[in-house]
Write a protein that binds this ligand. Structure first.
Ligand code: MG
Length: 425
């Protein structure tokens, strides 16, 4: 059953209507492109006008968007291979394909950013140890990763594409070992967020953010299976995006689905949040996205992790009931959840992991700035903003993570407090 929400659909079209005329966008991007083209002559890659204002971080935004687009194309190819295989989920072959995507996506993003920012530091999920010290199996995987990276570069850049050596790929992956911290600029990357969703042909994300002196400034999130609008939400015992699971196998059936091949979200501090199609051949102007404005708990949706192991679904249900939410949850793999809140498919995101679980910064950085720039608020269960500057983990997180429109966030905090005192967590 497709569940279209007319209020959300009109909220989205209202935010589209508020955008400046297209000609202004084109003039602005042409002007930026001109400036960039002059002093980016040494770069191996062309910078394409984006149609969104990156302000002081325009160059970082352009670089990150191109990098995430490369990785999205790469992941779509690998997930396509997975979906064409035997339908049995999670075979050993599945696992090794996922691993290829993890390494190759980190390699291609790290390489791409370094073309524009040679001294960049990266806090990335993966390292290449298993490839370089994993004997024959490791060498074989490295070979496959290198071929995949080169094939994607060729598909994206054509004749101008460089051919990376396996050592280039190892170096690019291993750049991700930074521990970040409160000073200077650090990129934060989860090359494939939501591994289980990826294996199942369902939602996953490529999540890249830039932190500058401890504050998130840029976020780019590739959501290669996220449809253009939430109107394709399907309801069974909980909500999910339509076509899933095994969404990709259906997408491979034809190109007419266009935007249903996925979205890329961008956010720059103070400059708002936008959505692009993953497919660069679709010539759409970026769409400004905003969190839901009105809040009627009886109609609100909340989103949470699919897996019970990652968050207490009993507790989130109690909080939802306390708030007056009647709807079943929208359960989504990966940071696509933040995308759902940012464009008002869902009103609330909640995650309450087991006590003692340490959240990694790359699992949240891109999603958090996306929701914030779409007009929302993200905090821990005590109301404090998440701390991305304490190393590879989010330090001092109080119980869980909640995200919502700013107006609703205070009510949500209150409901969490009430539900907590009567729970056994
Ligand atoms: Mg990952």
């Amino acid at each position: 059953m497709a569940l279209a929400s007319s209020t959300r659909a009109s909220a989205l079209s209202a935010s589209v209507a508020r955008r400046p005329p297209l000609s202004a966008f084109r003039r602005a991007s042409r002007a930026r492109h001109g400036r960039r083209a002059r002093h980016a002559a040494a770069s191996a890659v062309d910078t394409v006008p984006l149609g969104v204002d990156g302000g002081a971080y325009a160059k970082e935004l352009a670089s990150a968007l191109d990098a995430v687009r490369l990785a999205s194309e790469l992941c779509q190819e690998v997930q396509g291979q997975l979906m064409r295989m035997d339908e049995q989920a999670e075979t050993k072959e599945d696992r090794s394909l996922v691993t290829l995507a993890d390494y190759a996506a980190q390699a291609i993003i790290s390489w791409r950013i370094a073309q524009d920012f040679p001294d960049m530091t990266l806090v990335g999920e993966e390292d290449a140890e298993a490839l370089t010290e994993g004997g024959e199996g490791g060498a074989e995987t490295l070979n496959k990763v290198t071929n995949l990276v080169n094939k994607t570069l060729k598909g994206h850049m054509g004749e101008k594409a460089p051919t990376l050596s396996s050592q280039d790929v190892v170096d690019a992956i291993n750049r991700g070992q930074s521990t970040g911290g409160p000073t200077g600029k650090h990129w934060i990357l989860d090359p494939v967020d939501g591994t289980l969703g990826f294996v199942r042909g369902d939602q996953y994300a490529i999540a890249l953010a830039l932190m500058d002196d401890g504050d998130l400034k840029v976020g780019v999130m590739g959501c290669p299976n996220m449809p253009k609008t939430g109107e394709v939400l399907e309801f069974q015992e909980s909500y999910a995006y339509g076509f899933s699971p095994r969404l990709v196998s259906k997408m491979l059936a034809g190109d007419s689905l266009g935007w249903y091949k996925g979205c890329i979200f961008t956010a720059v501090r103070g400059k708002g949040a936008y959505m692009f199609p993953t497919d660069p051949t679709l010539k759409f102007e970026p769409v400004k996205v905003s969190v839901s404005e009105a809040f009627d708990p009886r109609k609100a949706k909340f989103t949470e992790p699919v897996m019970k192991a990652n968050s207490s679904q009993g507790f989130t249900a109690a909080v939802a009931t306390n708030l007056g939410i009647e709807c079943k949850p929208l359960r989504i793999y990966s940071q696509v959840k933040y995308g759902s809140v940012a464009r008002a498919d869902a009103d609330v995101f909640m995650k309450f992991p087991k006590a003692g679980y340490m959240e990694k910064i790359w699992d949240h950085a891109a999603g958090v700035i996306l929701v914030e720039e779409a007009g929302g608020t993200v905090s821990d269960a005590g109301g404090a903003p998440l701390n991305f500057a304490g190393g590879r983990y989010i330090e001092g997180l109080d119980r869980g993570i909640i995200a919502a429109s700013s107006a609703l966030h205070a009510k949500l905090l209150d409901s969490v407090a009430k539900s907590w005192s009567s729970s056994q967590l």
